[in-house]
Design a protein around this ligand. Structure first.
Ligand code: SAM
Ligand code: SF4
Length: 337
């Protein structure tokens, strides 16, 4: 699905990687407090520091002009930001006019309300994060959420015509006994399932070493029971996919901890305050909000050039018991998952 012409000055970093995918965190706030993502008591950004929709659109336009063909809205929970559908509609208007695709990663809690609007705005695919199908466990993991709302939201999204991929963070001793159930459920309902390794991002008040589950181990466990065929589906990200013969569905493995995927990286991440992070696992960043506010489109364009020069080669996540603090201090909800 690539219909966009090659831009005059594509974004290419100093390692020759073409950057064509922008993730935008529209808010760091969320109606859940998932144990691996946030602490119970979070200090959120002051609203005045958060980019306005006009600013988000100006930055998105600068990226589209330089060859960005895919945008994903994330957060925090993107669908809890007030009037979010206005932004979705405006960015959706760029599909076929620079953009190939606009997608969203959501916890699903607000989907019943927004499913039809998302489809109407041009969104065709959603990633919904769901780690369990057990009501009590769901409440424990999210510290807030109601499983029924999320399941009803997924139903509404499918009814509206949206394709869904379920993202599940696999945690030892928390939900690793549910992987097969989740796969049967997702594939049975026509959805993909992608398993994610927990990453050391931000202080969350629990010890991640205890729940860390290398997906290699999980892959081998599942491969004893199911027949996998490797798929050559490349997203430029850390996911690898297999087709599962018994269920007829697609299973993905996101292995940032145990498998290095950085050589094919095609993405950068914009925070809700306009910091452009060039790697999920490093601190290198460029302040696009200041560039835009102080210098307009020309300064924004120059800031993108600078970003390409400083984008790091890769991350160096390490999880070990001798290191008390997380590898990266900011939470996933700040950078955008
Ligand atoms: N609130 C939305 C959601 O949950 O889908 C979007 C933002 S959330 C930060 C994006 C993804 O990041 C979710 O799939 C979540 O499970 C994942 N995530 C958050 N913290 C993580 C961590 N420390 N390690 C691995 N995945 C994480
Ligand atoms: Fe919220 Fe998503 Fe983080 Fe859970 S993973 S706390 S839903 S931002």
């Amino acid at each position: 699905m690539t219909g966009s012409p090659t831009p005059q000055r594509p974004l290419v970093d100093s390692f020759g990687r073409r950057i064509s995918y922008l993730r935008i965190s529209v808010t760091d706030r969320c109606d859940f407090r998932c144990v691996y993502c946030m602490a119970e008591d979070m200090t959120f950004l002051p609203k005045k520091d958060v980019l306005s929709f006009e600013e988000v659109e100006a930055i998105a336009s600068a990226f589209i002009a330089r060859g960005t063909t895919k945008i994903r809205l994330t957060g925090g929970e993107p669908l809890v930001r007030r009037d979010i559908m206005a932004l979705v509609r405006n960015l959706g208007g760029r599909i076929g006019n620079g953009l190939d695709e606009l997608t969203i990663t959501t916890n699903g809690s607000q989907l019943q309300k927004h499913a039809e609007g998302l489809f109407g705005a041009g969104v065709r695919r959603l990633n919904v994060s769901l780690d369990t199908l057990d009501e009590a466990r769901f409440a424990q993991i999210t510290r807030r959420g109601r499983l029924g709302d999320v399941l009803a939201g997924i139903g509404a999204a499918q009814a509206a015509g949206l394709a869904i991929k379920i993202n599940m963070v696999a945690m030892r001793g928390v939900n690793d006994d549910e992987i097969e159930t989740m796969m049967d459920w997702a594939h049975g309902g026509g959805m993909g399932l992608t398993l994610i390794e927990g990453m050391p991002l931000g202080e969350v008040g629990i010890d991640r070493v205890d729940t860390y589950l290398p997906l290699r181990e999980l892959h081998d466990r599942l491969a004893r029971r199911y027949s996998f065929t490797k798929l050559d589906k490349r997203t430029g990200g850390p996911a690898r996919y297999v087709h599962v013969a018994e269920t007829g569905g697609t299973l993905g493995f996101i292995t940032p901890m145990s498998h290095n995927f950085c050589e094919s990286c095609n993405r950068v991440r914009l925070t809700a305050t306009g910091q452009l992070y060039l790697c999920l696992g490093q601190d290198d960043q460029v302040n696009l909000r200041d560039a835009w506010r102080n210098g307009g489109a020309a300064a924004l364009d120059a800031a993108l050039d600078h970003a390409m020069v400083i984008k790091p080669k890769g991350h160096d996540f390490v999880l070990d018991r001798t290191r008390a603090e997380p590898a990266v201090a900011r939470h996933m909800s700040v950078t955008g998952g």
